[in-house]
Write a protein that binds this ligand. Structure first.
Ligand SMILES: Nc1ncnc2c1ncn2[C@@H]1O[C@H](COP(=O)(O)OP(=O)(O)O)[C@@H](O)[C@H]1O
Ligand SMILES: [Mg+2]
Length: 363
């Protein structure tokens, strides 16, 4: 085994020495050191494939230090999809195609891809909202069928540009969050006006349309269940935690970035539903979390962890809203669950360790 085999590179977007999640990566570095794994952070754009080195950052003696490192054998992909993702994508692909490098997990490429995979599972399909690519025709069909629709960007995050469209008489009422993630409301008096608004709002980007689901408490507070599932040190899927994100009453989304807070799942559910309904919800969540990760992995390729956003409507129905391969950990730092909190920031390192040991002797 060479020293190179014991290195884990975290890829992220770096601007000079600035990158996000420094606290998390510091922890991974410290867990790594105990396991004999060298952890460092770099931007996929700072790789020199000729010399097989990267310029990156390593947490050492109390500070992040810049340095040149040999290409790591293992990579943890934390390059969040954003407007600048296309500048990173070709470099990430080059790393993925490198025979000397193993990704702990391959990033999912968007909501539509995930929906299409999950809808192949008869078990999971029952929890999927009816989802289509946005067109005026699909939008009007959805509104006609259910009274209200949600449109959202295929490659969106944090609830940005998620919009509800309700038909009231001949008018359309639009409620949602704009590009700056600020809540807004508009009324459009004609179908042409609605179409003009949508053309302007979507600005050529691909959107999805779904029925609007009442994913809120009886008094109108939006919430969703955030589940974090991760591979553990035996290479098996393990549920790290389940928590509820409660949004703002004024808002239609429950994302923390939109100004929400996190609370423990069972406390929250028992305050909302009768015990029988509650038990059915919890049972479905357990089944969902067992079924989804291996199913998605079978079609997509290796995954290291998933953030599954589940919505629960006012009748207690469970809905898969979003599956994220680069999940945040903020909710588990906010609820008082020390085990979930520790696992959330250490499982990826344990999984890397498992892969490294498994490879000794080669296959
Ligand atoms: N079909 C829907 N009906 C009602 N609310 C929804 C629906 N889809 C999404 N939302 C709300 O919008 C939020 C953001 O949607 P999501 O699909 O997770 O996109 P993002 O990637 O922006 O987080 C969800 O957490 C949920 O609160
Ligand atoms: Mg989401």
């Amino acid at each position: 085994m060479t020293a190179k085999n014991r290195s884990l590179g975290i890829i992220t977007r770096c601007h000079g020495s600035h990158f996000m999640e420094k606290g998390y990566y510091k922890k991974l570095t410290q867990f790594g050191r105990r396991a004999g794994i060298r952890v460092f952070v770099f931007s996929p754009r700072d790789v020199d494939f000729e010399t097989r080195t990267v310029i990156g950052f390593e947490y050492r003696n109390g500070a992040w230090r810049r340095g040149t490192f040999p290409l790591p054998s293992y990579i943890y992909d934390r390059c969040f999809i954003s407007a600048s993702y296309r500048h990173y994508k070709p470099y990430i692909e080059q790393l993925q195609n490198d025979p000397g490098i193993t990704f702990l997990g391959h990033g999912l490429s968007g909501k539509w891809q995930v929906h299409q995979i999950l809808s192949k599972s008869p078990v999971l399909a029952r929890w999927l909202p009816d989802t289509q690519i946005l067109s005026y025709r699909n939008l009007h069909a959805t509104i006609k069928k259910t009274g209200a629709a949600i449109i959202k960007p295929m490659a969106g995050t944090h609830g940005v540009n998620v919009v509800r469209i309700v038909k009231a008489g001949n008018k359309y009422v639009i409620t949602g969050r704009n590009r700056e993630n600020k809540p807004f409301q508009r009324e459009l008096k004609t179908t042409e006006g609605l179409h003009r608004f949508i053309a302007h709002f979507t600005a050529g980007r691909k959107f999805l349309v779904q029925p609007y689901l009442s994913l809120h408490t009886p008094d109108g507070v939006p919430y969703d269940v955030r589940i974090l599932v991760q591979k553990n040190g035996h290479g098996e899927w393990q549920t790290t935690g389940m928590a509820v994100r409660v949004g703002d009453k004024k808002s239609i989304t429950s994302n923390l970035h939109g100004g929400g807070k996190a609370v423990p799942l069972s406390t929250f559910l028992s305050s909302q539903f009768r015990p029988e309904v509650n038990a059915q919800i919890e049972e479905q969540l357990q089944q969902l979390v067992l079924e989804l990760p291996p199913f998605l992995e079978e079609y997509h390729g290796r995954l290291v962890e998933l953030g599954i956003d589940v919505g629960i409507d006012t009748a207690g129905n469970v809905w898969i809203i979003e599956v994220n391969s680069r999940p945040g950990r903020a909710v588990f730092a906010q609820i008082n669950d020390p085990k979930a909190r520790l696992n959330a920031v250490s499982q990826p390192l344990r999984y890397a360790h498992y892969l490294m040991n498994e490879r000794v002797g080669g296959y």
